[in-house]
Design a protein around this ligand. Structure first.
Ligand SMILES: Cc1cc2nc3c(=O)[nH]c(=O)nc-3n(C[C@H](O)[C@H](O)[C@H](O)COP(=O)(O)O)c2cc1C
Length: 495
């Protein structure tokens, strides 16, 4: 491999002629630039320079071979012995985060999922918060996902022996301690240096299943390697690459690593418009001369994602997936009963009713709202036993899990809460978060007169208001708190 001088590399710093250094190798990213799911600006920032540090903050080294063809690597960068490693300067943002971390409440002070969100808002860098917390457009679907649970009330049964509560269940054939799994969220290193490995540890300790994302910050090998039990089940979420040989390689690799379920994301033909995320990126990233770039980013993001994700994905492809893997296939992102019925007819093992946490199509309905019509349709067609139905989006309380199970879900997924918990408190935070969900579900089951998951029945919930979007929602004071300042430790007495 030819050695290229730093001087030469520095000259290739333009959009139509773009080289960067990663791990000592020189890559010509001119063609890849419009395809980068994270946008063009971050790559342009390092045009002609060494991008390794910034790259490492989000991606595993293995992603280079996964997404770039070998001919994009054009040589070895000359080693710069003279230049001392530049110390990164502490920014105002770094100082703010440091201070906020010092004042963070103790883990024992976290009483519910919203507490973790409040802490995360303060201690995360603005770009990470913007990325995690954002929803599409006006964020109506994002808020509705949780709010819809407020329109379901409970019908508690009493005089039931509830001394022993058993919350265990099976999902895709594997046992879990309660019917909740950790859903796939990309780029976990933005929340915690150990990223998805943190979730593997917490999931193992709490007996729940983790879904590994395609766009993880660590390689699938690292995340599988971080499990604490050799037989700890994990699933793999797939964004279908338009180059099917890449998609096939990913699936085969996941299967060879002992992954137990393939979750194909089907709601992302193009990326939703997440304005909070865009705004943070505009303010916090890159030199001023590149910011005009970002102003035109809408088209850029859409084009970017379409560069990688296969927009032609359709029902006929299920047969292709079945031909390349024995893993149970679950479609993540089903949003109508019609598509649920089709998924069953095409032989999928399951579906996740999901609107991607309200990050894709604003005004897509909340998953809990369409769960009953999905279950009705599957029954009507005699398909209710042919696939497992999961939901995710806005699950923030144990009672939310109860309501979803009552309406027919086999289990529920959570996205943002795990990011917030690990941002503040690492794997211990995620374990506490999972424990809180579990404790709340246990209490809910006890007070509802349900001893086991199988005892949770549709007649235990009152859904008469579920469709009425015009009724006043109870104000969610606790969730609202996430958008206000937390009282720093030691100041409680001043309240
Ligand atoms: C920051 C973030 C990144 C996400 N990344 C992915 C992803 O890479 N693939 C995917 O299928 N879903 C992704 N999702 C969606 C989640 O899997 C899940 O559907 C959603 O977060 C559930 O809603 P909740 O955050 O309200 O719990 C992401 C969600 C968030 C918040």
């Amino acid at each position: 491999m030819a050695t290229i001088s730093l001087q030469e590399i520095a000259q290739h710093d333009k959009k139509d002629d773009l080289w960067v250094i990663l791990y000592g190798k020189v890559y010509d990213l001119t063609q890849f630039l419009p395809e980068h799911p994270g946008g063009q600006k971050i790559i342009l920032k390092f045009a002609g320079k060494d991008a390794t540090k910034a790259f490492e903050r989000q991606h595993p080294p293995s992603i280079i071979d996964q997404y770039l063809s070998p001919d994009v690597c054009i040589g070895q960068a000359e080693v710069n012995n003279e230049e001392e490693e530049l110390q990164e300067e502490e920014t105002e943002e770094d100082k703010r985060v440091k201070l906020a971390r010092e004042k963070m409440p103790r883990l024992e002070e976290m009483y519910n999922t919203f507490d973790f969100e409040s802490v995360a808002k303060n201690i995360l860098k603005a770009d990470a918060w913007g990325y995690f917390n954002s929803g599409a457009n006006d964020e109506i679907s994002m808020r509705e996902n949780h709010n819809a649970f407020h329109r379901i009330w409970l019908r508690p049964r009493v005089m039931v022996d509830v001394a022993n509560i058993d919350m265990t269940t099976k999902m895709l054939g594997d046992k879990t301690s309660f019917p909740l799994y950790i859903s796939a969220t990309a780029l976990n290193k933005m929340a915690h240096p150990d990223g998805e490995k943190t979730l593997a540890v917490a999931a193992g300790n709490q007996g729940v299943i983790q879904m590994i994302p395609t766009l993880a910050s660590y390689s699938i090998d690292d995340i599988v390697g971080a499990r604490i039990h050799p037989d700890q089940p994990q699933w793999f979420q797939l964004y279908v690459h338009k180059d099917r040989s890449i998609a096939k390689r990913m699936v085969e690799h996941a299967e060879s690593k002992g992954i137990k379920g393939l979750f194909i994301t089907v709601d992302t033909a193009t990326l939703g418009r997440r304005e909070k995320d865009m705004r943070q990126k505009y303010v916090h990233e890159g030199p001023a001369e590149l910011q005009g770039e970002e102003l035109n980013r809408e088209g850029g993001v859409a084009t970017a994602s379409s560069g990688i994700i296969d927009m032609t994905l359709n029902w006929k492809d299920i047969a292709w997936f079945k031909s390349i893997t024995k893993l149970p296939i679950v479609l993540k992102g089903i949003q109508t009963w019609e598509d649920a019925v089709l998924a069953a007819r095409y032989g999928c093992a399951g579906i996740v009713i999901s609107n991607h946490g309200g990050r894709q199509l604003d005004f897509a309905p909340s998953p809990i709202e369409i769960l009953p019509e999905v279950m009705d349709a599957l029954k009507r067609e005699g398909l209710e036993n042919s696939l497992e139905v999961y939901i995710d989006g806005g699950i923030r309380r144990g009672s939310d899990i109860f309501k979803a199970i009552a309406l027919g879900a086999k289990g529920v997924g959570i996205g943002r809460p795990t990011l917030y918990a690990m941002a503040g408190y690492g794997f211990k935070g995620v374990e506490k978060l999972l424990q809180l969900y579990q404790d709340e579900l246990e209490m809910c089951m006890r007070l509802m007169g349900a001893r086991t998951i199988a005892d949770i029945k549709p007649e235990m919930v009152d859904t008469r208001n579920l469709k009425d979007h015009f009724v006043a929602n109870p104000t969610d004071y606790l969730a609202k708190n996430a958008y206000e300042k937390m009282v720093p430790r030691g100041n409680i007495s001043k309240l």
